[in-house]
Design a protein around this ligand. Structure first.
Ligand SMILES: *Cc1c(COP(=O)(O)O)cnc(C)c1O
Length: 429
């Protein structure tokens, strides 16, 4: 199947591709529905008083972890100029780079999953009831209770940061398994918050498997499984309800004549998959979701194109998985998401690392917003989908286009400065 396949050959050659999903349906069947999203949203509401107390930076939003939807007309002009783009689209940035507590989209799913575990433990103990004021969970009584349990995750990036910060704050013994070459500032930040960071010199995926095994044999430990967790997925999906509310507040009405296009960077697939599922449930045939991955790590695309999902990895077609987009540096997709996305995903593109830095610098210059490289991939998808699919889908030329800014605020300023300079020199070539 993979031999003599021109599309696979272009993936192997690290070409940038634009793939329109032939299985896309405007009204797809899904294994979950609105009640699953609402259940997660209700749980986050119950926790809001706790979040506000434990993380005072969320006072303004009353303990709700949400980001701004920001019109970025200057970035749109800059893109039109640089890419000679012909479009009447309105361009927005969903600023998850600035989400409170952990500065990335992982503050949705990651924090949600740990809160749900804490709620289960607290309810089972008989010390909490659903109608209580959850700010009580910050009391010593509960910190003591949670200290008998542990939370673990294997992640070198933003998921590790999110789980670590919320897990330790609640009082859980929290362990983040990281590869030895993970960034020093991440290890330092987590250790300062009381998280145990375990470093692995060898094969990181084997190390994570070992961490998972250890956790699974311990009934007091909850392991956050990035590759198949439905809790993570539902945590992300709540974004769609919040977005619908923001549209109302800003007087934006999504319809057949004013359709919505959303561009999401994809790693293992949990965050873009959860958001995409939520968006489809809320906006139905009026939304089209586009994923984007690095040319060196097109794990979800390969899984969906071949219908093999998590049964194929990029190494199987001799792709090296090496990319500067560390949030997207994934070889094998989630075992949960590909199947759910089969009829939901509209298209997917891949992007060369250099363009990530260019868009990073352009966004900083035009709008004063700083994203991390993984997080600027959506701009490449916006440009490429408009160029390559605009003729067969004229609605792409107008409507509301949202690039999902998935991370940035956790990156130390010196590091961000070097990303910016790299983009600057690439733009001057
Ligand atoms: C994790 C991450 C993604 C992708 O999320 P997945 O759930 O791995 O697909 C995108 N951008 C950033 C900045 C991330 O940290």
């Amino acid at each position: 199947m993979l031999k003599n396949d021109r599309f696979i050959d272009s993936l192997k050659d690290y070409d940038e591709v634009c793939w329109r999903n032939p299985d896309y349906l405007p009204n797809p069947q899904t294994p979950f529905d609105l009640s699953d999203i609402q259940d997660a949203a209700d749980r986050l509401e119950r926790f809001a008083p706790y979040i506000m107390k434990a993380f005072p930076e969320t006072t303004k939003s009353h303990g709700i972890i949400e980001s701004e939807l920001k019109a970025i007309p200057q970035m749109l002009s800059a893109l039109q100029q640089k890419e000679s783009l012909d479009t009447a689209a309105k361009l927005y940035l969903k600023c998850d780079n600035a989400l409170p507590i952990s500065g990335s989209i992982k503050a949705r799913g990651g924090i949600y999953e740990v809160l749900k575990f804490a709620e289960t433990v607290a309810l089972e103990s008989g010390k909490l009831s659903l109608t209580d004021d959850y700010s009580r969970l910050a009391d010593p009584e509960f910190i003591q209770l949670f200290s008998q349990y542990s939370v673990a995750v294997g992640s070198t990036g933003n998921l590790g940061l999110s789980i670590g910060i919320i897990g330790a704050k609640l009082g859980f013994h929290t362990t983040v398994h990281m590869s030895h070459d993970a960034k020093q500032w991440k290890k330092d930040l987590l250790r300062k918050r009381g998280v145990t960071v375990v470093e692995y010199a060898g094969d990181f995926s084997k190390a994570v498997a070992k961490g998972r095994q250890d956790a699974e044999s311990d009934p007091m430990c909850h392991f956050v499984d990035d590759e198949g967790s439905t809790d993570l997925f539902f945590g992300y999906s709540v974004a769609a309800l919040r977005l619908a509310k923001q549209f109302d507040q800003q007087g934006i009405h999504i319809s057949k004549d004013n359709p919505l296009f959303v561009y999401l960077p994809c790693g293992v697939g949990g965050s873009p998959g959860g958001v995409a599922f939520g968006l489809h449930t809320v906006f139905k045939e009026n939304v089209k979701v586009i994923f984007v991955e690095p040319t060196h790590a097109p794990a979800m695309l390969l899984g969906m194109y071949t219908h093999l999902n998590d049964q194929i990895a990029v190494n199987d077609i001799e792709i090296d998985g090496k990319t500067a987009a560390d949030g997207l540096a994934v070889g094998k997709p989630s075992r949960l998401v590909g199947k759910i996305m089969k009829n939901i995903l509209y298209a997917e593109t891949t992007v060369d690392d250099d363009r990530l830095y260019e868009y990073l610098t352009m966004l900083a210059d035009s709008e004063g917003v700083y994203l991390e490289p993984s997080s600027t991939a959506g701009f490449a998808a916006f440009v490429d989908v408009n160029r390559k699919l605009g003729d067969q889908e004229p609605s792409l030329k107008h409507g509301v286009h949202i690039v999902w800014g998935t991370g940035g605020n956790m990156v130390p300023p010196e590091e961000m400065q070097s990303y910016y300079q790299k983009g600057q020199s690439l733009l001057q070539r």
